[in-house]
Design a binder for this molecule. Structure first.
Ligand SMILES: Cc1ncc(COP(=O)(O)O)c(C=O)c1O
Length: 401
């Protein structure tokens, strides 16, 4: 092969089979594999720091309320508490979890737009008095608690470009705001803020920018309310298979739009995925192997009923690669990665090209902290993967990649 062809082959190979694990310190990964039986997930607390600080730097002055639903591991919550984070709660279970970790109610907001009375009571008993509502029936539930609560009204902004459009299910139309505010005022219930969530894994900041602008306009029109907060929700994206904007670039136009807020209005955000997704990887191994037609099927010891459940519920497709070093210019075979359960839907990757693997080989899935273990099941009586907590598995030289 002449030099030019060789170069082309190498470049092409690099592009089509990028080294998914290049950011990691492979020696640390190998050490973990030697110590723990697969499948297991690795929660990297240094990465929690890194993501939290990056988002805080990109949204100066904004109070970050970590959305527990994306990943509620106590060690992650404790680390965020030590960083000064606030918390976004939605259930009694989440209230009790943060309470058990020494977090105070006034460091939290309760953002579930639909609640049972006992959920309101439990949150209040914990000391959390800020709740989200998005309709009149929900508002009426707070009449007995007038004087004790501060309400934030959630507005719906539909988003086609978010991977998960949350405004389909929750949020009122902007035009409904005056009626909700009026009923609150008639009953002596304090309305203090507006909130929205333009959808999780939002690929462009423009929906958030438009939602900020519309919310500010609504606040200015409804000047009978003493507005204290605008809550811009979650949505901040991470790279799975596709590249996304660096967080500073994603947030810059949002910050610019926030500059028009009336004086004295504080800004909240409720990030989940951005903090939790990059903080966890999953380590799985090949249990079985079969050639079926043109493809080699590898049967792994975890799949979409376990740690990879986000492929079903969160529409995510995780970058995945073998741990053993491979030759990027070598042979790659059309392969299928299947989970262990008896269900045929349990397939992690259908059209993946991989170097030949053997039974016992290890694969690593990246960006697996958000909406993964949170929705994992124990179907077929396979236990959920355990979570190993570490301080740093990233290679300091490539961490910024
Ligand atoms: C009310 C609320 N806040 C925050 C989040 C977290 O969103 P994300 O993971 O996109 O940051 C969600 C996600 O479902 C949510 O429903």
């Amino acid at each position: 092969m002449d030099q030019q062809t060789q170069q082309f082959v190498e470049t092409f190979a690099e592009q089509s089979h990028p080294d998914v694990l290049e950011q990691f310190d492979r020696a640390s990964l190998e050490e973990l594999v030697a110590k723990h039986e697969t499948p297991f997930m690795v929660l990297d607390l240094e990465e929690v720091d890194y993501q939290y600080k990056s988002l805080q730097a990109a949204l100066p002055g904004v109070k970050l309320f970590y959305a527990l639903k994306s990943l509620s591991h106590p060690e992650l919550i404790k680390r965020l508490k030590s960083l000064g984070s606030y918390f976004d709660l939605a259930t009694i279970g989440e209230v009790e979890l943060v309470e058990s970790l020494g977090i105070k109610g006034d460091q939290c907001i309760h953002t579930h737009p639909i609640k049972k009375d006992k959920e309101i009571k439990r949150a209040l008993e914990f000391g959390c008095n800020r709740f989200v509502v998005d309709n009149l029936e929900e508002l009426k539930k707070f009449i007995p608690y007038a004087g004790q609560v501060e309400l934030i009204i959630r507005v719906s902004f539909r988003s086609q470009q978010a991977v998960v459009d949350l405004s389909r299910k929750f949020g009122c139309a902007l035009e409904e705001l005056p009626v909700i505010v009026e009923l609150a005022q008639q009953n002596g219930i304090e309305v203090v803020g507006l909130s929205f969530h333009v959808g999780s894994q939002s690929l462009s900041p423009m929906m958030q920018v438009n939602a900020v602008r519309s919310s500010i306009a609504a606040m200015k029109v409804m000047n009978s309310v003493k507005w204290k907060f605008l809550d811009i929700g979650g949505s901040f994206p991470v790279s799975y298979q596709e590249d996304v904007l660096p967080i500073a670039d994603f947030c810059a136009p949002v910050v610019e739009a926030l500059a028009d807020l009336p004086e004295g209005v504080e800004v909240f955000a409720e990030p989940g995925r951005f903090i939790s997704a990059p903080s966890m990887i999953e380590v799985i191994s090949v249990v079985g192997k079969a050639k079926r037609g043109a493809r080699t099927w590898y049967y792994m010891d975890d799949g979409v009923y376990g740690g990879f459940s986000g492929q079903m519920f969160d529409h995510a497709s995780y970058p995945i690669a073998p741990l053993k070093p491979f030759d990027a210019t070598g042979e790659f075979l059309p392969s299928v990665l299947a989970g262990p359960t008896c269900d045929s839907i349990d397939v992690i990757a259908e059209d993946i090209e991989l170097p030949e693997l053997e039974i016992g080989d290890i694969l690593i899935g990246k960006q697996m902290g958000a909406y993964t273990i949170a929705s994992a099941t124990e179907f077929n009586y396979y236990p959920k993967p355990k979570i190993v907590v570490v301080e740093d598995i990233f290679d300091p030289e490539t961490e910024a990649l």
